[in-house]
Design a protein. Structure first.
Length: 253
């Protein structure tokens, strides 16, 4: 019997989990899901799971060799630019085929009032011109950037508690894990008299409810554009990513 193709899935996203589940019963594939370890109590996944970083591109290249990885699927968050860059570099060194799964970003619709910016830091600079009570939905490592936006009251939503005290003058912290429905998001914004939303354009359905709510409430959205994808093979959904894996598995047998 031929040895199973070893696939490393860089995950921590709904897509990464879906790939692990979709490939769990494939007799030709052995899937290893890699999680960054930043989220407490992540969802249970089938197959082999590892947690924690690799130590940059060099460490990942070493792991690819030591773990005898045949294929790598980068299904990390669209804003996880560093790990995607490390994956591209490591796979180039190790000679491992790589696919980057990037969910399509949201597109503005009629009624949306988007102010598009290139970074969270740019969002903080733009914020005072668009509102005084901001609902901020970015990663917990990026909240500190908003200390540069004076005179703003913040509603901060995170999955896990911040590693460091939040350095904002006036804020309320809520902890919740998506998906978030539009009606609930609208009620939350009304309750806190939110007049501007800050969001990263992460795409997907799980957190789109806040965008729908902002549209209905006619409030501006300071929207951070996603970083560009790494060069190489791309997929926009789980089915295409799994098809790429299965083609690669057939080629390695």
């Amino acid at each position: 019997m031929a040895e199973r193709t070893r696939v490393l899935v860089l995950g921590g996203t709904a897509e990464g989990a879906a790939i692990a589940r979709a490939l769990a019963d494939d007799p030709a594939v052995h899937t290893i899901s890699s999680l960054a370890g930043r989220t407490r109590a992540p969802s249970r996944l089938p197959g082999e799971v590892r947690s924690g970083g690799f130590g940059g591109a060099e460490g990942l290249a070493r792991y690819l060799d030591e773990a005898r990885i045949d294929l790598l699927v980068d299904a990390t968050h669209p804003f996880a630019a560093a790990i995607s860059r490390h994956a591209a570099e490591a796979c180039g060194v190790a000679g491992v085929p790589r696919l980057q799964l990037r969910r399509p970003p949201w597109a503005a619709r009629a009624g949306d009032r988007w102010v598009e910016v290139e970074s969270v830091e740019a969002a903080a600079r733009a914020l005072p011109a668009h509102g005084a009570r901001a609902f901020v939905t970015v990663g917990r490592q990026e909240v500190a950037a908003f200390a540069a936006a004076p005179g703003i009251w913040f509603l901060i939503r995170l999955i896990d508690p911040p590693a460091e005290p939040i350095a904002l003058a006036a804020f309320e912290l809520i902890r919740a894990r998506g998906p978030f429905e539009a009606a609930a998001e609208e009620a939350l914004m009304r309750k806190h008299a939110i007049d501007v939303l800050v969001s990263r354009n992460s795409g997907g359905a799980a957190t789109y409810g806040k965008i729908e709510a902002a549209r209905k409430l006619a409030i501006p959205v300071v929207m951070v554009r996603p970083p560009p994808p790494q060069p190489g093979d791309q997929a926009s959904d789980v089915a295409a990513a799994c098809a790429w894996v299965r083609r690669g598995a057939a080629d390695t047998r």
